[in-house]
Design a protein around this ligand. Structure first.
Ligand SMILES: Cc1cc2nc3c(=O)[nH]c(=O)nc-3n(C[C@H](O)[C@H](O)[C@H](O)COP(=O)(O)OP(=O)(O)OC[C@H]3O[C@@H](n4cnc5c(N)ncnc54)[C@H](O)[C@@H]3O)c2cc1C
Length: 305
């Protein structure tokens, strides 16, 4: 798909971009995305795997019954973010490529790594809503709820330049601190592809939030599981809002798989959720939230088996 302009920032739903244009944080050439019909629709292959066009609205993903049936963690994440108005305008492509919500980054009065500066002012400043997994020089959490959900589902991203990028390949590992994603100039996300769901899998999305509405989460989690014969046969857990990129909790998955789906297993697995965390002076509280959320989603998964 040719978008015409080179080295432009794209406008999809405009819900993130418009605010940065108003404040002057986004400058330079701007191009309205010209989505192809495929970018605006969802399709399914014979094995039941979905391809979601990047210009599909978040509201359309949240209300699609087939998505909710196959990928309940994605549907719940889409339905739980922002406001109905934002979900109606915002696209899944824009959600993945949205920029940091850090107040220093968003303020035209501060320099920071993501704006070409030499350091991260949040470290010595107010970082109450920032990371508790301090993995890079910038301590802003990644803003994309859908990236965390898509990580849990092993989704891949197709662009006009590359095929089958995993979420870590799209977003990086947080070590550069300079970018929120690794898209190249003029690279457009065209579709997001999800593998077919596993037989009998279930999933839960939950967020801890400082107010009940219209706010990014302090911590969010998507957990998928297959429970059969009273044991966890498969587990996949991804978190957002707490690290510079969404993270998979491999320790939690290992603590679940092959173990009985009971209180002892769930408590031991929830304790593993904070392994590797490096909280900042103001963000230790997020680890309590993470452990509590992990416990809750696992308990809910086990009790619905
Ligand atoms: C009150 C409020 C609460 C919110 N809460 C949450 C939340 O909890 N979780 C969450 O994830 N988000 C949240 N958001 C953010 C919202 O989800 C994003 O603003 C939205 O998803 C961005 O999508 P868009 O289509 O409007 O992107 P745009 O604003 O149009 O673009 C955003 C960026 O993505 C790039 N882009 C857009 N589409 C593509 C594409 N196809 N290929 C390459 N680059 C592209 C643009 O160049 C731009 O840099 C919230 C927003 C508000 C206002």
């Amino acid at each position: 798909m040719s978008q015409g302009l080179t080295n432009s920032e794209f406008r999809a739903g405009g819900t993130d971009l418009s605010e940065r244009r108003r404040s002057g944080v986004s400058r330079g050439a701007l191009a309205d995305l010209k989505p192809s019909p495929a970018m605006q629709s969802m399709s399914w292959d014979a094995a039941g795997a979905a391809s979601i066009g990047a210009s599909t609205s978040i509201a359309a993903i949240a209300r699609d019954a087939t998505i909710a049936d196959a990928y309940p963690g994605l549907a719940a994440a889409a339905g739980g973010l922002a406001t109905p108005q934002v979900r109606h305008a915002a696209t899944i492509g824009g959600n993945l490529a949205q920029r940091s919500r850090c107040w220093y980054y968003r303020s035209p009065h501060w320099s920071c790594l993501k704006k070409g500066g030499s350091d991260c002012p949040a470290r010595a400043g107010n970082h109450l809503y920032h990371v508790a997994f301090d993995l890079g020089p910038c301590i802003a959490p990644h803003p994309s709820t859908l990236a965390a959900a898509l990580l849990a589902y092993d989704a891949t991203v197709t662009t006009n330049q590359r095929q089958a990028l995993s979420i870590p390949e799209l977003l990086g590992d947080g070590s550069s601190g300079r970018a929120d994603h690794l898209l190249r100039p003029d690279e457009v996300i065209e579709a997001i592809k999800l593998p077919s769901p596993l037989a009998d899998e279930r999933a839960i999305y939950k967020r801890a939030i400082s107010r009940s509405y219209a706010e990014w989460p302090l911590v969010e989690i998507v957990a998928r599981a297959v429970i059969a014969g009273g044991a966890f046969k498969f587990a996949r857990v991804a978190i957002g809002g707490i690290a510079p990129v969404p993270l998979r909790l491999a320790n939690v998955e290992t603590a679940l798989e092959g173990k009985p789906a009971n209180t002892g297993t769930i408590e031991a697995a929830a304790k593993q959720s904070v392994q590797g965390a490096k909280p900042l002076p103001m963000t230790g509280y997020k680890l309590d939230l993470l452990q509590g959320l992990t416990h809750d989603v696992l308990e809910q998964l086990a009790s619905s088996a």
